[in-house]
Design a protein around this ligand. Structure first.
Ligand SMILES: [Zn+2]
Length: 175
């Protein structure tokens, strides 16, 4: 099942008011060390972007809540209409049929646009990250993505939280 089919099937099962949906989103938190990584990246002029194959509605809400609304992100578009969720897939993948937004293709396109070679650090935890895992120069993985990398023999650095990532990137002199 592609991500698009999966998201549409999931959205079709939602019967909840926007208030109910937002109060559910309120139960999701942002890693408390993530803003620290963002500050370091900004100080060092390292571009940092959130790539999600989920929905913009909760990412935008959570970033605003954490005072991080100026952070760039990509996600599928969702609108809360008539007690359900309507999803629009604005992004067109070149080749990948599996993903809604193919993070692997986004990374490749980013690299192609740069005048100098770029080292890509990718941080992920799920199946929507598998295309990106093959394109990243330094890959941090946990949960399903970690299992996938072990299974496929892809090099990765295991992490639990963003503090682990900051420590590792400092040790490697990347930040
Ligand atoms: Zn893909």
């Amino acid at each position: 099942m592609s991500t698009r089919d999966c998201l549409l099937a999931e959205a079709a099962m939602v019967h909840a008011s926007p208030e109910e949906i937002y109060s559910f989103i309120d139960t999701i938190g942002i890693d408390s060390d993530f803003p620290k990584l963002l500050t370091i990246a900004q100080e060092k002029s390292i571009p940092l972007k959130i790539l999600s194959d989920g929905l913009d509605v909760y990412i935008k809400y959570l970033l605003e809540k954490a005072n991080l609304s100026n952070l760039d992100f990509m996600a599928n578009r969702a609108e809360l209409v008539n007690n359900t969720i309507e999803i629009t897939f604005d992004h067109t993948n070149k080749e990948c049929k599996r993903c809604g937004i193919c993070k692997g293709e986004v990374i490749t396109e980013f690299k192609e646009k740069q005048n100098e070679p770029y080292q890509i650090v990718f941080i992920g935890d799920g199946y929507s990250d598998v295309c990106a895992a093959k394109e990243a120069d330094i890959l941090f993985a946990k949960k399903d993505l970690k299992e996938y990398c072990i299974d496929k023999g892809i090099n990765f650095i295991s992490y639990d939280n963003f503090n682990d990532i900051i420590t590792e990137l400092k040790q490697r002199d990347i930040i």
